[in-house]
Design a protein around this ligand. Sequence first.
Ligand code: 5GP
Length: 289
Amino acid sequence: MKKGKIIILSGPSGVGKGTINKELAKDNSLNLTQSISMTTRAARPGEVDGVNYFFVDRSTFKDAIEHDELIEYAEFIGNFYGTPRKYLYDKIENGENVVLEIEVTGATQILKKEESSKLVSIFLMPPNLKQLENRLRNRGTENEEVIKQRLDKALLEIPLKHKYQYVITIDSVEDAVEKVKEVLTKEDTLEKDWKTSKYYKLNEDVKKIITDQYMFLVDNWKDNVIHLDNFKDIKSFNFLEYLINFLTEKIYKFVLAHEELKSLENFNKVKSYAEKFMLDFNFFTIEQE
Ligand code: 5GP
């Protein structure tokens, strides 16, 4: 049986992680389970112990840390939050994908500890900061001081989004949910064949664009690089495939972060992105990132 994956969903407080997560949970075909965190924060009205969080006091939380019961933990504006280890690993062994809706410090601990093949990490972004502020205020669950602290925290978290594999901007809940599902398909976390993902189709389109119109560039690149002394593995290096994969990855991530998902299906748009990102490519080194 295929093991499940850890799906990390992060993003500033108020971005709408919970809303996206609830929508994802409705789709049984995704085989998702929610991790239930432990926290020292007080329950908000309507929150239930053992459902939204395990609400505990500080000494219980400290005990859990000391007994190594948490796979990660962090302090967030005066309260502690952590992910219980056993529940997570049991579910993964059982083939379920476990969603962790957590902040950046804790996510970073998991990204360092776990093999990347066991993870899918996504950072959810607001379309702009005004919208984030409005959402935090309209939630009406926190006082002014806490709203300010959460906004300050957002400004510290957003610049760390590059630590995640994917950044998805929530322009609409519907589009963002589709984007997350697309990423899960691409990352082969679902029962569906990953070749049904838009990523796969995009890769085919980029291949067509390059092989039809830009082989002169690939050949020219190869001719130049072949003469460089430090390029020892020239025989095994596939220039065409490397360029296609580089451009596919760039376009895919750009669309998730800045455009509607359906842009990936528009061949002319894909072509214009490919041409734009080709200019970013440094043809004299393969160390791009
Ligand atoms: P809230 O108080 O709004 O429920 O959560 C505050 C922040 O803590 C959110 O960004 C939420 O995603 C994050 N969080 C919730 N559970 C955990 C956890 O187990 N570990 C970490 N590191 N962050 C968490």
